[in-house]
Design a protein around this ligand. Structure first.
Ligand code: FE
Length: 198
């Protein structure tokens, strides 16, 4: 069996690489700290939640989002520094989309921030393709047998984001109130959004 490197090994390698790049004058520690801070504080699932709430509120935006995810996401000011393509997949009562990167941990950073550790785990990456229903059950999501599950494998050039179903009891919600309901996991496809209490 292939043992993944321990966190300590990875951290050690990262530190060594960082000091080498700084030593060679290719990077400064300020630039590195800035990038880390950007992904930890400025970029996160809130961006994706704004995209979802806009799509629920504005049918023309939703059409643009499903036709060209990257362009519609850029309309709200969120861009991908890596220039990779983003495809947005709409969950419906009959089709449920679920996102994974089987090879490593490709993830739509510009809308979801940094991936959760389970997304990067070998178990998730391997099992979600073979037994998506069992994996979803472990996320407390039991889908009816009639619902078709589609699993999408991200890569460095093409990343996926799920447009979750708009929950019930939200017809009178403002876009801002809708933003607050959207969860990170619903945009990966491992959760649905619960209807708020009436
Ligand atoms: Fe990857």
């Amino acid at each position: 069996m292939n043992n993944p490197p321990t966190q300590t090994d990875a951290a050690r390698r990262t530190r060594a690489l960082e000091s080498l790049l700084v030593e060679k004058g290719l990077l400064t520690t300020e630039i590195i700290d800035g990038v880390v801070q950007q992904y930890e504080q400025d970029v996160g699932p809130l961006n994706g939640a704004k995209v979802v709430a806009r799509a629920w509120s504005d049918p023309a935006y939703k059409r643009r989002l499903l036709a060209d995810g990257g362009a519609a996401i850029a309309e709200l000011g969120f861009g991908d520094a890596h220039g990779s393509k983003i495809v947005v997949l709409e969950n419906t009562p009959s089709v449920h989309h679920l996102v994974v990167c089987t090879l490593c941990s490709c993830y739509p950073w510009s809308v979801l921030g940094l991936p959760p550790s389970w997304y990067k785990s070998y178990a998730y990456r391997a099992r979600v393709v073979r037994e998506p229903r069992a994996v979803l059950r472990e996320f407390d999501l039991e889908l009816p047998a009639a619902v078709e599950i589609r699993v999408w494998d991200s890569n460095s050039d093409l990343r996926y984001m799920v447009l979750p179903e708009r929950p019930a009891n939200t017809a009178d919600h403002s876009e801002e109130q809708l933003v607050a309901l959207v969860t990170r996991d619903s945009m990966i496809g491992v959760a649905k959004i619960a209807a708020p209490a009436k």
